[in-house]
Design a protein around this ligand. Structure first.
Ligand code: MRU
Length: 328
């Protein structure tokens, strides 16, 4: 996507160095973060320099390529990269892809192939999903399921970008997404770059706008989708889905086949990452809770399939209980 008129993707490789748009600095500063070895790349995923399911998948694939170039055993690299974040299925999908396809081939080309396929998947999600974006409609999204969370286009935002290219006019409500503020910091920045009209709202405000009839459609991304259609996504997604059902607002999940985990029978089989409680205690380095209060910080939740209107995939818009054909 374009940043100040220049074309960028979230992750790429130069020689043996993995380059990432540094998401910890946005929106205040646009800068590129360099990882010179697979361990640096694993650290970048862990510390959220890069985040979002397809983006961390592609980054891990490049990390595997770095390990191969350095002559490190792929099993050792898998152990390091594959345990950086537990919930996103794309991470495992990407590592599996690299191990299956490398066989002494050009390591960078194998990772590049995965990243390019990921871009194509998101572009197709956009082509199918744009039909849902009606002229003059209002769409709500949660977290960052934009191009920064993928390699390009995004999952939930791909339909928005394609609809915009086709000349449609619409407005986006952006949930701020406590505690890491992916909506406030990243989605808003992306939409701003793309010239899409939007407003950031507190996470608690979505129900207010739905009840007033000011939300026509919700689109979110996913980190892992179980075989029965239950969806793991950023904490707060479940609440938005329940509110959408209560207010008769269609609720779509946009995700590529790489996010589906058919080994997880239901949402109960999905591991939910619980992050450091200081992400709750501190806002921009200032402690806002009493010194002795405890906090809990689950990073994702499960939205049961019954709340989902449809799944926007690169293979078409599916019923929430269906899976992409390529996985069957
Ligand atoms: O903790 P994060 O920022 O990696 O979580 C990201 C999300 O939950 C996104 O909504 C998800 O990956 C959607 S696809 C980009």
């Amino acid at each position: 996507m374009l940043v100040e008129g220049e074309n960028y993707r979230t992750v790429w490789m130069e020689g043996s160095v993995v380059k990432l748009i540094n998401q910890l600095k946005l929106p205040r500063e646009f800068s590129v973060f360099s990882c010179s070895g697979y361990r640096d790349t694993a650290d970048a995923i862990r510390s959220m320099v890069v985040r979002g399911a397809p983006a961390i998948g592609a980054t891990a694939c490049y990390g595997m390529a770095q390990a191969a170039l350095a002559g490190v055993s792929l099993d050792v690299a898998e152990k390091e990269l594959g345990t950086t974040r537990p919930t996103a299925n794309d991470l495992q999908d990407a590592i599996k892809h690299f191990k299956k396809n490398f066989n002494g081939k050009n390591a960078v080309e194998v990772a590049e192939g995965y990243a390019n396929k990921s871009i194509e998947r998101c572009r197709k999600i956009g082509e199918y999903g744009e039909k849902l974006i009606k002229n003059n409609s209002k769409i709500l999204t949660h977290c960052n399921a934009g191009w920064l969370g993928c390699v390009d286009y995004g999952t939930a935002t791909a339909p928005l970008y394609i609809a915009k290219q086709k000349g449609r006019n619409f407005f986006v409500w952006v949930d701020e997404t406590r505690p890491r503020l992916q909506g406030a910091k990243l989605t808003s920045w992306e939409l701003m770059q793309a010239g899409i009209d939007h407003a950031v709202i507190a996470d608690n405000a979505a129900g207010y706008f739905m009840k007033k009839g000011e939300v026509d459609l919700v689109i979110v991304g996913a980190d892992r989708i179980a075989a029965n259609g239950d969806v793991a996504n950023k904490i707060g997604t479940y609440g938005k889905a329940v509110l959408a059902k209560e207010n008769n607002v269609p609720f779509y999940v946009a995700a590529p086949a790489s996010t589906f985990d058919l080994k997880a029978k239901t949402g109960k089989d999905i591991k939910i990452e619980e992050r450091d409680e200081n992400e709750i205690h501190f806002v921009e380095n200032t402690r806002v809770t009493p010194a002795k209060s405890k906090a809990r910080n689950p990073a994702f939740d499960i939205t049961p399939m019954k709340y989902i209107t449809g799944l926007i995939t690169e293979e078409g818009i599916l019923n929430p209980w269906e899976k992409p054909e390529s996985l069957l």
